[in-house]
Design a protein around this ligand. Structure first.
Ligand code: TRP
Length: 337
């Protein structure tokens, strides 16, 4: 066993349905940057999961695979430390998911709160693609194929981790041996970043995001549009900082939290205008996103390098997943005769 094998394993993924945004950055990308120093990390571009509700929009998925890869590399995910791979390039994951379906009931799938909420949002009613209803099982295969100890995700993914661990217990009970071990979710310490409109979640479909690739003007415009306190009309009025998106963001991104606490106090008393706090946030976000955008531009100019990074990752991932799949089948005597 070499040194890297003794490190705990981290695995996570994103559906390539759109560019990654500040919500991803706060909720999980920052954790991944730290984990690549301490863990054996795998990051998967979940194109098959994205197809479960986008089979007629394959072009969108195709284009976003490259965008998400660029987002990873631009924020500093290092392919020498982290294995980045494409879900569809590792067919062992699909086979493992197929076996796992025997360890889950339809009733349990219908109870998953994240999937339930998505079904409501997408207006599927009873016309749910079976692939969509079962994607948490496929996600369990993604996680368990790599024997992940930790899964850095946003808090909307906690339900998936719970369902994964149920599958672990069922498989182990059925095989009467410890085929898999349970995993732990690692949610960003800041929790969830609200959308610029004040809705609880930053999401592409709600059109309230700040993307990591945003230009100067996109950032300023988004900050301008941010929801503050609708009753804070004049500078002299006392303002609410609670439920005020600008202050929510400052709490996450402002490096000077002491200065921020004073500013918030003054804002609540009255005498501080929205334009002043927005200016402060704007310059903080510009400083954060500029180097990310610059790295992205350099990477974009070398498409061959991008392809090679992903292909190398795919090869490594297939090897690991293949090993796990064989062990699983051996433990359950599947395919023996
Ligand atoms: N469900 C995740 C998302 O919505 C993507 C994903 C797929 C994932 N497989 C995973 C996340 C495994 C963590 C672990 O973006």
């Amino acid at each position: 066993m070499n040194h890297s094998d003794s490190k705990p394993v981290a695995l996570t993924g994103d559906r390539p349905t759109g560019p990654l945004h500040l919500g991803h950055y706060v909720g999980s990308l920052r954790n991944r940057l730290a984990l690549q120093e301490t863990h054996r990390q795998f990051i998967m571009i979940a194109d098959l999961q994205a197809l479960t509700d986008n089979i007629d929009r394959r072009e969108k998925i195709e284009q976003n695979i490259r965008q998400v890869l660029l987002d990873y590399l631009a924020v500093g995910i290092d392919p020498n430390k982290t294995t980045i791979f494409l879900q569809s390039a590792v067919p062992q994951l699909a086979e493992l998911a197929f076996h796992f379906l025997n360890f889950v009931t339809v009733a349990r799938l219908e109870r998953n709160p994240t999937v339930k909420e998505e079904i409501r949002q997408k207006g599927f009613a009873r016309d749910i693609p079976a692939g969509f209803l079962t994607y948490p099982v496929s996600q369990a295969a993604d996680i368990l194929a790599f024997n992940a100890d930790v899964v850095p995700v946003g808090n909307d993914q906690l339900a998936m981790i719970e369902q994964t661990n149920e599958i672990v217990r069922r498989v182990n009970a059925c095989a009467q041996q410890a085929v898999f071990r349970e995993c732990t979710a690692l949610v960003g310490s800041q929790g969830r970043l609200p959308g610029i409109d004040g809705q609880a979640k930053m999401s592409k479909s709600l059109n309230n995001t700040i993307d990591l690739r945003s230009g100067n003007q996109d950032i300023s415009r988004a900050v301008q549009k941010m929801f503050t306190d609708p009753n804070h009309l004049r500078v002299s009025d006392p303002g609410r900082t609670e439920g005020n998106v600008v202050f929510d963001y400052l709490a996450v991104f402002d490096p000077d939290q002491t200065g921020l606490a004073e500013l918030a106090q003054q804002y609540r008393r009255g005498g501080i205008g929205d334009s002043m706090v927005k200016g402060r946030l704007n310059s903080i976000l510009q400083t954060l996103l500029e180097p990310i955008r610059n790295r992205r531009e350099i990477l974009e100019s070398n498409p061959k390098e991008l392809v090679s990074i992903l292909e190398k990752g795919n090869i490594k991932a297939r090897k690991v997943a293949d090993h796990t799949l064989s062990q699983f089948k051996a433990a359950l005597h599947i395919g023996h005769f």
